[in-house]
Design a protein around this ligand. Structure first.
Ligand code: HEC
Length: 153
């Protein structure tokens, strides 16, 4: 009896571990889906679209923090979900997409280590644009507005 319980708990433990490593970002996507404003976005959204909207909000928050010389919000973990997020069109995730996404993550890491956050932030915005010019031109104008002035440096 004891042994059975032990085996059962090992299975539950392994199951939990596997679930977590196969979908560490699922919770985030579920959270974003439940938080979304359905009056503004009535249609079913892909995980990638939900994540992108959140990234757009995060970029605005980062910009504000830089302007006000406050602590920059930590977004790297969330942005990493770009690799796991399912897009609307499944053939979108090409090797080029992965490279462009990785570039954004590299520059996101640099944002927290630089004495010139304006410049690092704008580099991230250019990464957003680089991918959007190839994969999703719709929001390009909106993303360009995220750029900030570097003249104060
Ligand atoms: C590696 C490619 C890539 C990068 C980098 C990228 N995007 Fe996107 N973005 C996409 C794709 C593809 C979609 C369409 C998602 C879908 O329909 O599933 C999208 C959608 C969007 C949308 C529209 C979401 C909606 O449906 O309402 C916004 C806004 C957006 N991205 C902003 C950004 C911002 C801001 C950044 C930079 C922080 C960024 N994106 C970086 C590929 C990218």
């Amino acid at each position: 009896m004891r042994q059975r319980l032990l085996i059962l708990s090992i299975f539950i433990f392994l199951g939990a571990v596997c679930y977590n490593c196969s979908s560490p970002h699922k919770k985030l996507f579920q959270q974003l889906a439940s938080q979304k404003d359905k009056s503004k976005y009535p249609n079913e959204d892909s995980e990638l679209a939900l994540l992108m909207r959140e990234m757009d909000r995060d970029m605005k928050a980062i910009k504000k923090a830089i302007v006000n010389q406050q602590k920059i919000p930590k977004v790297l973990k969330k942005f990493k979900a770009i690799h796991a997020a399912t897009p609307t069109e499944t053939d979108m995730k090409t090797p080029q997409f992965t490279t462009l996404a990785e570039l954004l993550l590299t520059n996101t890491k640099k944002l927290y280590k630089t004495s010139q956050p304006q410049r690092a932030y704008n580099r991230m915005v250019r990464n957003c644009l680089a991918c959007h010019q190839s994969y999703c031109p719709g929001p390009v104008v909106r993303i360009k507005k995220l750029m900030m002035s570097e003249s104060s440096q």
